[in-house]
Design a protein around this ligand. Structure first.
Ligand code: MN
Length: 193
């Protein structure tokens, strides 16, 4: 059985970019729904007792979709915090981004452009391969780096439920505004694991 994660910040902490109202629906309704759906599907199935990552690597259809959405949202919600001006990735992650993109701004511009270009619902990710090489990937629906053998580091949700109450159709503006909320210490920790 899986449980809904607790948010590591107050409901208003991410305003105005992610309003408390958006957070209440996104975490309390959408993510809770994926948790409920997966828990209902597991008993008696071959996936009962497996981790989310194991389910994602083996399942298809509704089980894959609900497990994928739980993993995606757990990583999404726990990568944010109250805005910090001028924060940037440090250490091995900072060095790797500098090596591959030159500047953080160049990386961010490609990430936002790829997120904005996803047709319909999905996720844009920063992912790493086994050698630590980084890439920005677009995945549709509930798909994610884990299903393709990559380590998931950072993700922006481009399903409309993530931004429509606050930004309506302005997805690129929403994605650009997320950067000050990213807790780079969390992303560095995921890269180091
Ligand atoms: Mn979502």
């Amino acid at each position: 059985m899986f449980t809904l994660i607790n948010l590591p910040y107050a409901p208003e902490a991410l305003e105005p970019v992610i309003s408390a109202r958006t957070l209440s629906f996104h975490h309390g309704k959408h993510l809770q729904g994926y948790v409920n759906n997966l828990n209902a599907a597991l008993p008696g199935s071959e996936f009962d007792g497996l981790s989310l990552e194991e389910i994602i690597c083996r399942a298809s259809g509704a089980v894959f979709n609900n497990a994928g959405q739980i993993l995606n949202h757990n990583l999404y919600f726990t990568q944010f915090g109250a805005p910090v001006a001028g924060d940037a990735p440090r250490g091995a992650l900072g060095a790797q981004i500098a090596q591959q993109w030159g500047t953080l701004e160049a990386f961010q511009a490609e990430f936002v452009a790829k997120g904005a270009a996803i047709f319909g619902s999905g996720w844009v990710w920063l992912q790493a391969d086994a050698a630590g090489e980084l890439s920005i990937a677009q995945y549709a629906g509930a798909d994610n780096p884990v299903a393709h053998g990559f380590k998931p580091l950072l993700t922006f949700d481009v399903w409309e439920h993530a931004y429509y109450l606050d930004y309506q159709n302005r997805r690129p503006d929403h994605l650009k505004a997320l950067w000050p909320l990213v807790d780079w210490r969390v992303i560095e920790g995921r890269y180091a694991r």
